[in-house]
Design a protein. Sequence first.
Length: 145
Amino acid sequence: MISSLGFLALRLCIGVLLIHHGYEKLENIENFADAFVRPLHLPFPIFLSYIAAFSEIAGSWALITGLGARLGALAIFGTISIAIYHAIATSGFNIYLLELLGLYWGGALCIVLNGPGMFSIDHLIKNSFGRTFNILNENFQHMGS
């Protein structure tokens, strides 16, 4: 129970604090592509910029609501991994650039590995369908006897 409160706090902190970064990218996607994607020489910089923005927005909403939280955290983890690479490639090991990215990265990884906790829609769905699957499994086992 207490660990689920910790996961709720982690999910809400990451989601609420990260979501505006995605919306800011969408406000001027060309500028983001020029500043962050093109220096890495990645193909399709505008397309990848939209992917980064939507992964931050959709991933943040997934964490806030707890619906598809692991998938949302995985999207955030991937985007932040590229951002960490960009920060190191362009500025070296600058702690002022890496500290916030590291917190987002570690928090997202924690949710990917441990799940969203009991205070999430994912947990409600698992409990609802978990009983149904257990009943179906028992019925199938009795049919074979």
